[in-house]
Design a protein around this ligand. Structure first.
Ligand code: GCO
Ligand code: MG
Length: 402
């Protein structure tokens, strides 16, 4: 079964998405997500100019060989642009293989390890009261797990807090917005949010929080300790992880479970974190970590060290990523949780899909493949719009982590 065409489709139904469609001479096609928030066109060029010419004529069934060809064969390894491009090819090839086999993708991976995929939603508010109300809404919708983010007094905008409560979207179609950040104000405020959440909702709902790489290891340790009485499911991205050894300090001080890795692109980004058991959940996902083929290797290493998966699932990952991740989640033995931010109706229409939400779980359909398609005609109606994530500065103007 030969690959005869590789189409890169850019569409902006409210936000930018890059999609790869691989077509074969057997009449089957596969779809992969290639979206890298704020750097979308770099992946488009990587795919169109450098990858597509090498794919034409290759056997679409040789997923592993093609993966190695694109990773080892490129000489320049790793990095988010490369690994997102490889992920798109890999996801499309798994889609084709599953369609050829007449099976939903999870069957090819080894079948279901669970009945459904537990997901967490995003509740956020400008203050504690509003956030508590939003968490309540998610509980009413049936969610078992909710991430809670809250505005910080005296900071005009805070990561994770949006005007539109259901569809949080941090990228904006302009040059990067500049936000103000104060770790001191944040650390003084956040524990009271979780105190209030536990008082209101009791011990049952899983509560999560994302510190979005804003803390140093010792600050993260302080936050983890302060949150211990409220038994979080996880504290996410407390510290940037370029220096993996930095997590040792956090780990030594707190029993709050730690999650990290939405920006990781290979197993090398988390090798030490996993081998030293410095984290509890690995956030790498299909689209940014080299596709199903590589994510499986990360999950296998994680499982040796008691680390479970918690795939990134923000709205800047297209429904194609979500569909593929759900098949992965259904199979992976050391599954933890899946992030699920709902896409807008406009996005859902461009990407028809068969996954459905019920009682806090997502379920995939039984159609062959990963179950997500692209409506190319509709996609063409929404041309690319340059957009960026914000940047952060401290009070004195120093550029900080966003
Ligand atoms: C999350 C993330 C996102 C990211 C976004 C950046 O936990 O969902 O932190 O909100 O900011 O995916 O591209
Ligand atoms: Mg995050």
């Amino acid at each position: 079964m030969k690959i005869i065409d590789a189409k890169v489709i850019v569409s902006c139904p409210g936000r930018n998405f890059v999609t790869l469609k691989l077509l074969t001479d057997a009449g089957l096609y596969g779809i992969g997500d290639a979206t890298l928030n704020g750097r979308e066109l770099a992946v488009v060029s990587y795919l169109q100019d450098h990858v597509a010419p090498c794919l034409i004529g290759r056997d679409a069934q040789q997923i592993e060989d093609i993966w190695q060809y694109l990773y080892r064969g490129a000489y320049w390894r790793k990095g988010p642009v490369t690994m997102t491009a490889i992920a798109a090819v890999d996801t499309a090839l798994w889609d084709i293989k599953a369609k050829a086999a007449g099976m939903p993708l999870y069957q090819l991976l080894g079948g279901k390890s669970r009945r459904g995929v537990m997901v967490y939603g995003h509740a956020n508010g400008e203050d504690i009261e509003q956030t508590v109300e939003q968490v309540g809404n998610y509980i009413d919708m049936g969610y078992k797990a909710i991430r809670a983010q809250c505005g910080v007094p005296d900071l005009p905008s805070t990561y994770g807090v949006s005007k539109d409560k259901m569809f949080y979207e941090p990228a904006a179609a302009a040059l990067p917005a500049e936000n103000l950040w104060s770790t001191e104000k944040y650390l003084n405020h956040i524990p009271s949010l979780f105190e209030k959440l536990r008082q209101t909702f009791g011990p049952e709902p899983h509560l999560l929080h994302d510190a979005h790489h804003r803390l140093t290891p010792i600050e993260a340790a302080r936050l983890g300790k302060a949150l211990e009485p409220y038994c979080l499911f996880w504290l996410e991205d407390a510290v940037t992880a370029e220096n993996q050894a930095g997590f040792r300090i956090v780990r030594q001080h707190t029993t709050t479970p730690l999650a990290v890795g939405e920006v990781f692109s290979t197993v090398w980004d988390c090798k030490q974190l996993l081998e030293e058991q410095l984290i509890d959940y690995i956030r790498a996902t299909v689209v940014h970590a080299g596709g199903i083929t590589h994510l499986r290797r990360i999950a296998d290493l994680a499982s040796l060290h008691h680390v479970r998966t918690g795939c990134h699932g923000a709205t800047d990952l297209s429904p194609v990523s979500m569909g593929a991740a759900l098949h992965f989640d259904l199979w992976v033995p050391n599954f933890g949780i899946q992030e699920y931010m709902r896409h807008t109706q406009m996005t859902d229409e461009v990407f028809p899909h068969n996954y459905t939400f019920k009682d806090g779980y997502l379920h995939v359909g039984e159609e062959p493949g990963h179950g997500v398609d692209i409506d190319e005609k509709l996609a063409a109606k929404y041309p690319y719009q340059r957009a960026y994530l914000p940047v952060n500065r401290l009070h004195d103007g120093t550029l900080y982590n966003w």
